[in-house]
Design a protein around this ligand. Structure first.
Ligand code: NAD
Length: 355
């Protein structure tokens, strides 16, 4: 039984990691989250009353706050997911990405190092700092048929991916220079329950249900390698427990799809699962609207996940088809979560600004 400090645990992937840890292990979990617009404690309903779950509202850029959390909770493992994560927001306002993703990761590394250096030797050897990153750090595969491996050179294109690339380099440097036992994972696009509706898949589902346009950048020919979030959470827990120190593991779903194809699949599922369409809508696909492409938009990402498969025996349990069906069903069955995100009440009540 260990104590695992999860940063960004109120976000999309972090909450999946916490649900997995509480439901599938005996570990104690400390969720450290600043609760930005992307943090939603309602994503943890069902596990947040468990006595093994603790919450600390804290900013990873605050060294004293981090020092306190390390002192109070004495974690054995840090799983670092807290980040600004939306590419479009990074283009509109990169400052928060530089601050949280780079300065925040540096601040967390330093807090972890100071704590780790004072641990007894056996605890020091077992300590892990697991940094969760993205395949976007490798840049654009363009028209090439290749896959990203752990040896692919870094060539980030957006302020988001550049800030994540910087944080990956910092983590490697803290391993090499100070010997902090780190491990890094780089994962492809996730989808699944509790994803904030600014991201492609939930945005399309919720817009379609309201009869709103389904915006697609450019021609919709960008290719992403989609992974169901619970498969990612399982991979992360495996790497945190068994990954080799100093190593990087790529995680992907073997599910390359063009954005247009993804949107068409959602429309087909909705025809079956939500046949009562908003007034005036004949087919959900008629709502597809092509909009001006995102500047610097990478054309293709795809992951070679053979290392994690060979070393740790991980493989995704869901195909794109089974995962997408579960996702659409989840959004249909969890309208309250969606409405409270869409009307902002999940934040207003937390901030004490009335319902
Ligand atoms: P998210 O935006 O849903 O959640 C981020 C969480 O971090 C939120 O709860 C937010 O409140 C918290 N946070 C933000 N700034 C903070 C700060 N300064 N201090 C403390 N907490 C802060 O993100 P996500 O999609 O769950 O992604 C989690 C991690 O996984 C990120 O590091 C991201 O780069 C990485 N990743 C995401 C994907 C994906 O497809 N979503 C794919 C690969 C890797």
């Amino acid at each position: 039984m260990k104590t695992i400090l999860v940063t960004g645990g109120a976000g999309f992937i972090g909450s999946a990691v916490i649900r997995h840890l509480i439901e599938q292990s005996d570990h104690t979990v400390v969720n450290l989250d600043k609760l930005t617009y992307a943090g939603n404690l309602e994503s943890l309903n069902g596990v947040d009353h468990n006595p093994r779950y603790n919450f600390e509202q804290e900013d990873i850029c605050n060294p004293l706050g981090l020092q306190r959390v390390f002192r109070v909770h004495q974690p054995d493992i840090v799983m670092h997911l807290a980040a600004e994560s939306h590419v479009d927001r990074s283009i509109d306002g990169p400052a928060a990405f530089i601050q949280t993703n780079i300065v925040g990761t540096y601040t967390l590394l330093e807090a972890a190092r100071k704590y780790w250096e004072k641990l007894p030797q056996d605890k020091q050897a077992q300590f892990r700092f697991h940094h969760i990153s993205t395949d976007e750090v490798y840049g654009d595969l363009g028209g090439s048929p290749g896959l990203f491996t752990e040896e692919s050179p870094y060539a980030p294109s957006s302020p988001y991916s550049a800030s994540k690339a910087s944080s990956d380099h910092l983590v490697r440097a803290w391993f090499r220079t100070y010997g902090l036992p780190t491990v890094v994972t780089n994962c492809s696009n996730n989808y699944g329950p509790y994803q904030f509706p600014e991201k492609l898949i939930p945005l399309i589902i919720l817009n379609a249900l309201e009869g709103k346009p389904l915006p697609i950048y450019g021609k919709g020919d960008q290719i992403r390698d989609w992974l169901y979030v619970e498969d990612h959470a399982r991979a992360l827990c495996l790497v945190a427990a068994e990954g080799r120190v100093g190593e990087t593991y790529n995680i992907g779903g073997h599910a390359e799809k063009q954005n247009l194809e993804v949107v068409q699949c959602i429309c087909e599922l909705l025809e079956e699962l939500a046949p009562n369409k908003p007034e005036g809508i004949k087919h959900y696909r008629d709502l597809i609207t092509f909009v001006r492409d995102r500047p610097g938009h990478d054309r293709r990402y795809a992951i070679d996940a053979s290392k994690i498969q060979a070393e740790l025996g991980w493989a995704p349990a869901e195909t794109f088809e089974t995962g997408l069906r579960k996702t659409v069903e989840w959004y249909l069955e969890n309208q309250t979560w969606c409405e409270r995100v869409q009307d902002g009440s999940y934040r207003r009540e937390r901030l004490g600004v009335g319902a």
